[in-house]
Design a binder for this molecule. Structure first.
Ligand SMILES: NC(=O)c1ccc[n+]([C@@H]2O[C@H](COP(=O)([O-])OP(=O)(O)OC[C@H]3O[C@@H](n4cnc5c(N)ncnc54)[C@H](O)[C@@H]3O)[C@@H](O)[C@H]2O)c1
Length: 309
């Protein structure tokens, strides 16, 4: 019988890519999502395996876990667009922290769950110029990073209390199809697909480590299938950083057209990290994983996509 995987946030940007990947490998998938940011059609599961539930509703979450009895739980449901979290700190805290407690407790009480993956973020790290490995000190700079550091601590406490193997993945900047939040790449994509060749953007110099959602999905699957037992944390990035200008240049190469950038002062963030780069040696060592998607291949597919932000 196929192993059952319950994915919270499976109608979102990264969660839906993981569903597609695991579905292709033959797992039986169940999605929990309240569709606040995700979209039903992105979750590739039939209606009886789609559970429209808010993870803040502790009893409803437990009912789903009791009915599904998953072998693995992948917990991605969260709110994470940083300006939204800054504007709604109580909601971010309730979903990202209390929602995580509800999901982890339900996974334990289901009696079936053998492995848990919890999505964290590079935003738990402080400002730093070089590549950061998992031993780097943490020091989140915003409410989102604070909630995700709390999520990590809850995952660790969950493992100590239950003995269930628990993997934390610190995601760097995801890119790929079906992005649900107005991050840099979908913003550029949307402006270009609407016909503009003069982009209005915020800060141009910050560099980020962009990893394609298909590479992320392969990394998470490799971690879940690995021999690892206990509790551990892994960076999930590509190990290369690109500035905003370099991303725009990748779009220029794929379009074969000149793009002009105008700095829009309303989009400039007052506090900005200049670098956010992963050291991914631990992930590679543990799983043999290697990224397959470069920026240019990813951008080429995005230019063929219709987006609906
Ligand atoms: N996108 C990135 O670059 C990035 C980087 C670092 C970490 N992450 C983390 O990865 C995970 C997935 O992010 P994403 O980019 O796919 O974002 P997303 O917003 O597309 O996905 C999150 C999903 O969670 C759902 N959700 C939100 N609140 C919920 C609630 N109360 N109950 C049930 N479902 C709820 C949303 O509807 C959405 O489908 C998140 O945990 C996020 O913090 C993402």
């Amino acid at each position: 019988m196929a192993e059952k995987v319950l994915i919270t946030g499976g109608a979102g940007f990264i969660g839906s890519a993981i569903c597609t990947h695991l579905g292709g490998l033959g797992y039986e998938l169940h999605v929990v999502d309240d569709l606040s940011f995700g979209r039903r059609h992105l979750a590739p599961v039939p209606d009886d395996r789609f559970h429209k539930v808010d993870i803040r509703d502790r009893e409803a979450v437990q009912r789903v876990f009791n009915a599904v009895r998953p072998d693995w739980t992948l917990h991605l449901a969260a709110i994470h667009f940083i300006p939204y979290c800054n504007a709604n700190p109580v909601e971010a805290t309730e979903i990202n922290i209390i929602g995580t407690i509800n999901v982890l407790d339900a996974a334990d009480a289901s009696g079936s769950c053998k492995r848990v993956f919890v999505a964290s973020t590079a935003a738990v790290y402080p400002i730093s110029a070089g590549a950061m490995d998992e031993e780097h000190t943490t020091g989140p700079m915003d409410i989102y990073g604070v909630t995700k550091l709390a999520t990590e601590k809850l995952a660790s406490e969950f493992h100590l209390r239950t003995g269930i193997t628990t993997v934390v993945g610190r995601f760097f900047n995801a890119f790929g199809p079906n992005e649900t939040n107005p991050h840099l790449i979908p913003e550029v994509q949307q402006q270009l697909l609407s016909g503009s060749r003069t982009l209005k953007l915020g800060n141009l110099d910050p560099k980020r480590d962009f990893i394609h959602t298909q590479d992320m999905s392969r990394a998470i699957t490799a971690l879940m299938k690995s021999e690892m037992v206990g509790y551990d944390t892994f960076n999930i990035g590509r190990g290369i950083e690109y500035s905003v200008r370099e991303i725009v240049e990748a779009f220029e190469r794929q379009l074969g057209e000149r793009i002009t950038i105008e700095v829009d002062p309303t989009r400039v963030r007052k506090v900005e990290r200049m670098h956010l780069l992963a050291n991914v040696e631990k992930l590679k060592r543990m799983t043999g994983w290697e990224p397959e998607w470069g920026i240019d291949e990813g951008v080429a597919t995005l230019l063929k996509e219709r987006i609906e932000l």
